[in-house]
Design a protein around this ligand. Structure first.
Ligand code: UDP
Ligand code: MG
Length: 331
């Protein structure tokens, strides 16, 4: 009869004061009035079974400046369910800021950021919790099949991961989103990161900790439409790369050096040619090409400086990541 006892020993111990373990779902919502009810129904069905195992759930919704009836729907739900808390931001701050607001507000033993559109399947939450109780501080959910994404989104995402992981020191695992379980220790670590421009996936990777992986299949959105246009995604990718790598800044040293060496050798060649074969008038085409080429390279270099300088500027203003209008529910 030793085996079951050993198994229990390996699990994350229950708090000594007789409290049960709490896990908070952090749900950022922006214009999602029709998604809330289906989300709550599905999630409740998945997490209620865990209550008997000593794990209680709470739902922290962050209303990220919705212009529709999202807040009313949330408050309605909160009235019927004590486990629901609502953080109402003063305007739309973006998903990253909303997640940060939710993590800052939650005091549970672990948190799971999750999209309200049911693209992150709540059905695997019990598996995430199980891995956590085995002792992992981070349990990431990995999409094994991205066929619900368009070809363009899939291929640009995979190009992004490739470039990012090539030049950044902290690699982001591919096909892993914000959907994951993080232990209180990880939440506290995230809170110590002072930056304003928050690329959550990168920050999650940066803080480290012992990580386990659970696979799932990503489904299409159930209601509403995506809040991320191509332009937003492009900026998001830029954010990811500039937040975690200075390689684009430094590469200009090498490109500049190479072009200088090449130009010097070319100069020598022209001088020698003039000395030995006399003055040669044509050369207009090569002159124009090299001027345009160098002009282009210089503008690109300045543009990249601008990308970083802009971020330094935002960072230095030290504005908060989000502003809370009101909090509903909880203690
Ligand atoms: N979201 C948010 N603020 C925003 C944009 C999106 O809180 O400015 C929320 C949105 O309500 C959803 C989640 O972030 O719960 C993911 O958004 P979406 O499904 O549009 O992204 P996708 O799945 O297309 O990447
Ligand atoms: Mg979605």
């Amino acid at each position: 009869m030793n085996a079951p006892f050993l198994h229990v020993e390996q699990l994350r111990p229950l708090p000594l004061d007789g409290r049960i373990l709490t896990v908070a779902l952090i749900v950022p919502v922006h214009n999602e009035k029709d998604a809330i009810e289906p989300f709550l129904q599905t999630v409740r069905a998945c997490v209620d079974s865990l209550a008997s195992n000593g794990v209680a759930f709470e739902f922290v919704f962050v209303n990220d400046g919705s212009q529709d009836a999202t807040l009313a729907h949330l408050l309605d739900a909160a009235q019927k369910d004590m486990r629901i808390r609502v953080i109402d931001l003063s305007r739309n701050f973006g998903k990253e800021a909303a997640l940060t607001a939710g993590l800052d507000a939650c005091d549970a033993d672990a948190a799971i950021p999750i999209d309200v559109d049911l693209q992150d399947p709540p059905a695997i939450i019990p598996q995430l919790v199980e891995k956590w109780r085995e002792g992992y501080e981070v349990v990431v959910a990995r999409r094994v099949d991205r066929s619900s994404d368009s070809f363009l989104k899939y291929s640009s995402a995979s190009l992004f991961y490739r470039i990012h992981n090539w030049i950044a020191q902290q690699k982001i695992p591919q096909d892993v989103g914000d959907f994951r379980l993080i232990d209180r220790q990880v939440i506290e670590a995230l809170k110590t990161l002072p930056e304003r421009r928050r690329f959550m996936k990168g920050l999650f990777a940066w803080v480290g900790f012992r990580t386990a992986t659970v696979d799932y299949v990503r489904k299409p959105r159930t209601t509403g439409s995506t809040k991320f246009s191509g332009w937003k995604l492009w900026n998001f990718a830029l954010e990811g790369i500039t937040s975690f790598s200075t390689a684009p800044l430094e590469i200009w040293t090498y490109i500049g050096a190479m072009i200088s060496i090449f130009s010097f050798l070319y100069g020598l060649l022209i001088v020698a040619k003039t000395l030995f074969f006399g003055i040669d008038v044509p050369g207009y085409a090569s002159l124009l090409v090299s001027i345009l080429f160098l002009g282009g390279i210089q503008l690109l270099g300045i543009g990249i400086l601008g990308q970083y300088l802009g971020r330094v500027y935002v960072e230095i203003k030290q504005r908060p990541n989000y502003i809370v209008r009101r909090t509903f529910g909880g203690e």
